[in-house]
Design a protein around this ligand. Structure first.
Ligand code: AMP
Length: 297
């Protein structure tokens, strides 16, 4: 397989992709922050199935990090990422040489997706989805993809980006890809490398809790409090702290209130800290079994 072309600036990206579209090729985009793992590669394969020219973007987007988050220490592994992309037959990598390539001096435009961004992650990371929506809109506008693939691992992000693309009439299909997991069920994440061996072992409580709730749901449980208790029990026993464990409408990501019953489809999402590492995971009840396919009950 050939080496992907690595592009570092917007003008060259525009030129190359305009030429490809003129040749009748469908462009498939996979936006990432790099430190690529097998979860990202599943997205690349999905893009390959749906497009003739696959573009991976590698950009640690500053606007989606809060002031006290891990922007500066986020893993940056471009050389290894290029090699992994080469192995998957990626055609082009867009890896801006500097944040100013996408945020030139003086730029000030931000996109806000109101309701979908408000709860769960949005409540703990108030500017996060504004950064996500803005960078995705920029990438869609400069790359002009027919399809863009996003992981269900970041479920609320998937919903925010889908909403934004629809609201702005952007001619791009947003394609979801199932969450890829380690052998014990932990969702693959670039941030898993921050975990100590001890915390890595404890983190399996996340898929264990989600799987317990999936089984309760499959057995007919619909009470919010009962389902949340299933998730919380194993996690509370080992986590440093829990930001949230929530059940929400799977489209709007608005939480079901305590004491209520869920519909036949709902997203069950968690954000948990082990030491200073914050991990997120989710499963859409009524739609997928998620970690219950991996974790024994
Ligand atoms: P990131 O590099 O963390 O910003 O993620 C880039 C894309 O990869 C996003 O669409 C994520 O949802 C997706 N992704 C990250 N981890 C996983 C995973 N374990 N399974 C599926 N998709 C993932």
């Amino acid at each position: 397989m050939g080496q992907p072309l690595v592009v570092r600036d917007v003008e060259t990206l525009r030129e190359k992709l305009a030429a490809a579209r003129e040749r009748g090729l469908r462009v498939g985009l996979v936006p990432t922050m790099g430190a690529l793992h097998d979860g990202h590669l599943a997205l690349v394969r999905e893009a390959r199935r749906r497009a003739q020219l696959v573009v991976v973007t590698i950009f640690v987007n500053p606007t989606q990090f809060g002031p006290n988050e891990d922007f500066t220490r986020y893993p940056r592994t471009l050389e290894a990422d290029v090699a992994r992309c080469a192995g998957e037959g990626v055609d082009l990598i867009f890896a801006p040489s500097d944040p100013s390539v996408l945020y030139p001096p003086g730029e000030e435009t931000r996109l806000r997706v109101s309701t979908t961004s408000q709860h769960l992650e949005g409540a703990f990371r108030p500017t996060h989805f504004e950064g996500v929506a803005t960078i995705c809109a920029k990438l869609f506008l400069v790359a002009g993809p027919s399809v863009a693939v996003f992981g269900r691992k970041d479920y609320q992000q998937l919903r925010v980006v889908s909403r934004m693309a629809r609201d702005l009439f952007l001619p791009v299909e947003i394609v979801p890809c199932p969450t890829q997991r380690e052998a014990d069920g932990l969702a693959r994440s670039s941030r898993n490398v921050y975990l100590s061996a001890d915390d890595r072992a404890k983190a399996r409580a996340i898929p264990t809790g989600l799987a317990a709730a999936v089984r309760a749901f499959e057995a007919g449980e619909r009470h919010v409090d009962a389902l949340l208790a299933r998730v919380r029990a194993p996690i509370e026993a080992v986590a440093t702290s829990i930001d949230y464990v929530a059940l929400a409408n799977a489209d709007s990501v608005v939480p079901f209130p305590a004491g209520s019953m869920i519909d036949d489809r709902a997203v069950l999402a968690v954000a948990v800290r082990f030491g200073s590492t914050r991990l997120i995971d989710n499963v859409v009840l009524g739609e997928e079994r998620g970690p219950a396919d991996v974790v024994a009950g």
